[in-house]
Design a protein around this ligand. Sequence first.
Ligand SMILES: [Zn+2]
Length: 292
Amino acid sequence: MRILRPAPGVLAFYDGRVEGYRFSPRLNWIDEGALSLGTASFAVLDGDEALVYDTHTTPEHGRQVRAALEAEGARSFTVLLSHWHLDHVAGNTAFRDCEIVSTARTAELLRDHQDQIEAGRYEGPPGICPLVHPTRTFEERTELQVGARRLEAIHVDVHSDDAAVLWDPEARLLLAGDTVEDTVTYVEEPDHFDAHLRDLDRLLGLDPTAILPSHGDPDVIAGGGYGRGLITATQDYIRLLQRMPAEPDLPELPLRDLLAPPLEAGDLRYFEPYERVHRENVKTVLEALDAA
Ligand SMILES: [Zn+2]
């Protein structure tokens, strides 16, 4: 795991995109869903207080995040969960003595799927056992104080309907979870596309100067993050997916061609493993719209 420093007092804990490395030789969600694409969790640190944004892909990653923050002087930890997907909550156990904040919807989804997640039957093995649940929930927005920094958690319906982004209004820094990804968003809830487009507009309305996604290019994250183009490119991609059922040529295009304009503009970086994500997205979208 690499520690990147995208902004003053902001740490990124990055793992994945390592050629030839696998967590396990068998098919599993840690490699397929998280490490092959690269995964970061983040922390905002001020004095001896740390706000941890996601606890990473395994309990061991969670322990490493905590140990790294303790080495930087952190003694008091609060966790904010970006959403309920496994690669974001698997390390919760390392923070089980701390306040863990999430949207009420995240808490509900984790409760509803607890047995499957613990047994390794939700995304398949490995299970996360015990699954450690949020201790405090919010509906729309909540303020989070870290030392002298005042941050805001905002509930949005993008990627998953329980998402919480972390907004630092002073630094104009947006920690975006999975609401945006480089190279493309992972589609799980295509029937919410209109909500996704609307709430991505809300994120643009914050006017962020830097955006840190959980899955993106480590060099861009280390360099301070992405610009607003990551959000508009995500909206354009969703609109392309929405057109696919009516335009049979579109689903045939590889990602590299479909996204040529934002790639050329530098809003996105091409990372080949996202071709697989895109194929899955196309299948998900065509099936959902067939069923509708
Ligand atoms: Zn994720």
